[in-house]
Ligand binder design. Structure first.
Ligand SMILES: [Zn+2]
Length: 178
């Protein structure tokens, strides 16, 4: 194949994933290995996928210490409950820490318009449930705590706490469940 025949692909100038793969090449030398699948800290963290939050940095987590579940908003979805139920029943965690944050990208999202646009592009409507999300992160965390504490799928509901991470200051504030 001559140079002019090389097909143009989205990866022609390199994939956005390449630097991550390169970084991973240096990881084995730092990885402790020999860890159990059961989190040593017996805690599961539910937080937003926001790129400004690095749970291991903020919470001082090492490999083997905690489950970290992430989704858009750090909200209690069916899939989050599925993972938390497995975390508790199969892998021995007993506490749930919810961490949402200020200036979340989901704030002000018109859920109905978002789903309508997706349907227009994809030809079918997403089946995901609507998760209420307000402009008040404290209120959102309270709603998440209430839902988790009321969820019979979770074996352990005595140690469920919620926090708001400030993406400007980098600090964590506990939310009174009220
Ligand atoms: Zn967010």
């Amino acid at each position: 194949m001559s140079g002019t025949d090389v097909p143009v692909s989205p990866t022609a100038e390199g994939s956005a994933i390449d630097p991550l793969v390169a970084a991973a090449a240096g990881y084995p030398s730092r990885y402790p290995g020999g860890l159990a699948a059961q989190p040593a800290g017996r805690v599961a963290v539910l937080t937003c996928m926001d790129c400004r939050i690095l749970p291991s940095e903020v919470l001082g987590l090492e490999a083997g210490q905690a489950h970290v579940l992430r989704n858009a908003g750090g909200v209690v979805t069916d899939d989050a409950l599925r993972s938390l139920a497995m975390s508790q029943r199969l892998l021995g965690t007993t506490a749930v820490m919810v961490v949402q944050h200020t200036r979340c990208g989901m704030t002000g999202l018109d859920d109905e318009a978002f789903r309508r646009d997706l349907e227009a592009d994809a030809g079918r409507r997403p089946g995901w449930p609507v998760v209420p999300f307000t402009d008040d992160p404290q209120a959102n965390v309270r709603a998440a705590l209430a839902e988790l504490r009321d969820c019979g799928y979770l074996t352990h509901r005595d140690d469920i706490r919620g926090f708001v991470f400030d993406v400007d200051r980098g600090d964590l504030t506990e939310v009174d469940a009220g």
